[in-house]
Write a protein that binds this ligand. Structure first.
Ligand code: CIR
Length: 261
């Protein structure tokens, strides 16, 4: 069960952040509306929210997930792989340390974005991407092992369609009958790394919906992907549908907008 979330208000310069897609410029009013609805959904899931003020020095800083990896046993502050985002960690460290005073830190030359780290029960998938390098993943694996978790690498560097590992997979198990459900975009669904999980395959035309988030009894899922939403219902999950159009324009998904613990 999660009880808390950390979020950061999107800045008025949110549109100046990094993006690899050409979906247009986010409209600030809509950004705020969608972000407020997202926070409302977290409240509905029973979480208390720590809301950090907008930080105009870092247009991408509303994507707080990339700055830390938090487990029930501890926290690791990251070293984001994009130079323009490195300073975001300094700004969030104090808040994370309020709950995890002993939080560790990824050290040079490691780089790691939280979006590449997928918790799947007692195992973690560590994505290697343009943002997370082998040294960053190695340091996190060592930290997680001390906490009793296993981990394995998933190399997504060859994939142009996703920014982070969690743009393509999300762990939402256990399901109503104890299923160990891993949501996977079709392109990755046959990868041997994911054998052994109950896969929920997301069709190519709905691949953005592969980034969903289990929060206690609900699953947050992006609006506009009816097959995915229906499949979650069919499997006995309770989907909470949220409009994400403006965050998608900046390569953001549902998981990146909060740190949950
Ligand atoms: C970036 O390129 O870093 C941001 N515009 C988007 C980060 C999305 N984060 C995530 O999926 N965890």
């Amino acid at each position: 069960m999660f009880t808390q979330a950390i979020v950061r208000v999107p800045g008025s310069n949110f549109a100046d952040g990094l993006t690899s897609v050409e979906l247009g410029v986010p409209e600030h009013e809509l950004v705020m509306q969608q972000w407020n609805e997202y926070c409302g959904a977290l409240l509905l899931c029973g979480l208390s929210i720590t809301r950090l003020e907008a930080d105009l020095a870092y247009p991408d800083s509303t994507f707080v997930e990339d700055t830390a990896v938090i487990t029930p046993h501890g926290a690791m502050l990251t070293r984001p792989g994009a130079a323009s985002r490195l300073g975001e960690v300094v700004a969030i460290a104090r808040t994370v340390r309020n709950s995890y005073p002993e939080a560790a830190e990824i050290a040079v030359p490691g780089t790691l974005d939280g979006g590449d780290i997928c918790e799947a029960g007692s195992h973690f998938f560590l994505g290697l991407s343009d943002r997370t390098n082998e040294e960053g993943a190695r340091q996190l694996a060592e930290h997680l092992a001390k906490e009793g978790y296993t981990s394995s690498l998933v190399d997504v560097r060859g994939m142009t369609s996703i920014l982070h590992l969690k743009s393509g997979i999300s762990y939402i198990g256990p399901g109503p009958a104890g299923e160990n459900t891993l949501v996977v975009m079709e392109e990755m669904a046959d990868w041997p790394e994911f054998a052994g999980f109950d896969l929920l395959r997301v069709s190519a035309e709905e691949s953005y919906a592969a980034n969903c988030v289990r929060v206690n009894e609900r699953v947050l899922v992006a609006a506009g992907y009816p097959l995915m939403t229906e499949e979650l219902r069919r499997r006995g999950y309770d989907p909470q549908v949220l409009e994400m159009s403006e965050f998608r324009k900046m390569d953001g998904g549902l998981s990146c907008l909060s740190l949950r613990f």
